[in-house]
Design a protein around this ligand. Structure first.
Ligand code: GLY
Length: 353
């Protein structure tokens, strides 16, 4: 088992190893005081892993409650949060109780937000079941649900007490969900780790790659927990990626948007002399290897128009994340009104004409 400490205040561990789901109860008992848990999951994950989680917590002496909600982005809502809170209240969970998020990023985000609100905040643990959630969403304490006006607009920074990653559960992941996780893995390498990019390209051991991503995320988050500066690097590909998700009516995977979004950032950065030549080609090849999209039919103008409403926009300016060299990205503030011109060079390469 790998133990990676996320050095925020208070610090917590991300534990990584095959078979850890069966030990989730005992591992959680070592990290929290309470012994009354509400396991929150969705109806896609429940048939696969809820029984194993329930058995593990019961064997470790927990009183176990469960809450299963229908999967899908439309349920990442304040209504579902309220349903979680009511289930906890009905079950008599007190301030010493805890929530366990068993699922992908959506389940983790929603459960974390619910934990931050219930009785003004109780402990929660993350048990991610997707690659994307293991390498990104479950670590760092960003929690949120959607508002009718946009994705993740209602949330809080609220750190889990423990993250338990069992790569064995990834064997049931669809190829599309695996690929979207790989988009975030490639993103992590492109931000700050040339060695990780090489290990991904060589097809290195997945558990080691997940561990690298968690370590890197922990290092970044510990320096900027509340996303005022350095942490924004983790948004490489996301400003354009979110725009593409929106343009596609949220019918593409988040990771697919991020893949094309990274390429828009890389191509534009190279064309403006802000990035070493060759970064775009390498990222494109790596994303293609993972069967991720590398172009979009939408024009740069359309992408820019939709990116202007990014929730990270501050006043008139946006902070883009641009690759600057292999395994290195930088923050690049830009006026929202200059965005369309900045990425216009992508038309005909990454974006449509
Ligand atoms: N997923 C980006 C972050 O946690 O900041």
């Amino acid at each position: 088992m790998k133990q990676l400490t996320i050095p925020v205040q208070p610090a917590y561990d991300a534990l990584l190893g095959e078979g850890l789901l069966a030990q989730a109860g005992a591992l959680t008992a070592g990290a929290v005081g309470g012994r009354h848990v509400l396991i929150v999951t969705d109806d896609g994950v429940a048939p696969l892993y809820l029984e194993a989680a329930r058995t593990s917590y019961a064997a470790a002496g927990f009183t176990v409650e469960t809450f299963v909600f229908p999967h899908g982005e439309s349920n990442k809502s304040l209504q579902t949060v309220e349903a979680v809170l009511l289930a906890a209240d009905r079950a008599g969970i007190t301030r010493t109780g805890l929530f366990a998020a068993l699922g992908g990023g959506l389940v983790g985000d929603l459960t974390g937000l619910s934990a931050s609100l219930y009785l003004r905040g109780i402990d929660f643990v993350q048990i991610p079941t997707t690659l994307l959630a293991m390498v990104d969403a479950s670590v760092g304490g960003k929690t949120a649900v959607n508002l009718s006006s946009g994705k993740n607009l209602c949330g809080a920074f609220y750190q889990p007490r423990l993250v338990i990653c069992d790569p064995a559960v990834l064997r049931t992941l669809s190829p599309e969900l695996f690929a979207e996780g790989m988009a975030e893995v490639i993103k992590t390498g492109a931000i700050c780790d040339e060695g990780l990019l090489s290990r991904i390209a060589y097809g290195d051991n997945l558990t080691g790659i997940i561990a690298d991503c968690i370590r890197i995320k922990g290092e970044i988050v510990s320096q900027d927990e509340h996303d005022h500066g350095l942490r924004q690097l983790l948004n490489l590909g996301h400003t354009f990626g979110h725009a593409l998700e929106k343009l596609n009516g949220y019918r593409i995977y988040h990771g697919e948007g991020v893949a094309v979004g990274m390429l828009i950032a890389a191509w534009a950065a190279e064309q403006h002399g802000l990035c070493e030549y060759g970064v775009y080609d390498e990222l494109k090849a790596m994303l293609s290897m993972q069967h991720l999209p590398v172009t979009t039919p939408f024009t740069a103008g359309k992408v820019a128009e939709n990116a202007m409403n990014d929730k990270k926009r501050r006043g008139d300016s946006l902070t883009l994340v641009l690759p600057s060299a292999r395994g290195k990205s930088v923050l690049h503030p830009i006026r929202a009104t200059e965005l369309a011109d900045f990425i216009a060079c992508c038309d005909g390469t990454v974006t449509g004409l």
